[in-house]
Design a protein around this ligand. Structure first.
Ligand SMILES: [Zn+2]
Ligand SMILES: [Zn+2]
Length: 165
């Protein structure tokens, strides 16, 4: 019997990219059912929507169900169905389910709210990795007086008083 060697997953090689809008939506609905609204203690106008499941370093992750994967014969079998390698990120799913494709496949799904487990669509954008990393300057480190990012981070550090006449 021929042994099929597991494909190695390259950065930006996300099985989610192969799914139809219908399947993306099915998975997103499932994620929403396992999430709850959480007011951002910092500065967002629309509250975060965070997973109620155990997170993976703060991130919500999910499996593409086996029955769904069968519909995509060309989808590489990363890790021969090994449970870890077929796990995908919920926040990447949400961007794709809301019709947003990255400029390039290596872009990060970035949180404007700095809340890793958030799947609120308006808190998510595709952007290049260094920009995503630079947002830590706003969300964590307080490097900037005014957020220099486009679109702006939702949690601005430090908090700015409104102008007074
Ligand atoms: Zn959020
Ligand atoms: Zn920022």
């Amino acid at each position: 019997m021929e042994r099929v060697r597991a494909a190695k997953r390259a950065p930006g090689d996300d099985p989610l990219f192969a799914l139809t809008p219908e399947d993306l939506n099915t998975l997103w609905e499932k994620e929403k059912a396992q999430s709850r609204i959480q007011a951002n203690p910092r500065d967002s106008t629309i509250p975060c929507c965070v997973t109620t499941r155990k997170t993976d370093n703060g991130y919500a992750r999910l499996h593409i169900p086996a029955e769904m994967r069968k519909k995509y014969p060309s989808m590489p079998d990363y890790g021969n169905g090994g449970k870890n390698n077929m796990r995908v990120f919920a926040h990447r799913l949400v961007l794709l389910a809301t019709g947003r494709r990255p400029e390039r496949s290596t872009c990060d799904a970035s949180h404007l709210c700095g809340n890793a487990s958030c799947i609120e669509p308006t808190h998510l954008v595709w952007e290049r990795h260094p920009v995503n990393m630079d947002r830590h300057g706003c969300h964590v480190h307080g490097w900037f007086e005014v957020c220099p990012h486009t679109p702006p981070c939702l949690a601005r550090v430090p908090f700015q008083e409104p102008d007074r006449p």
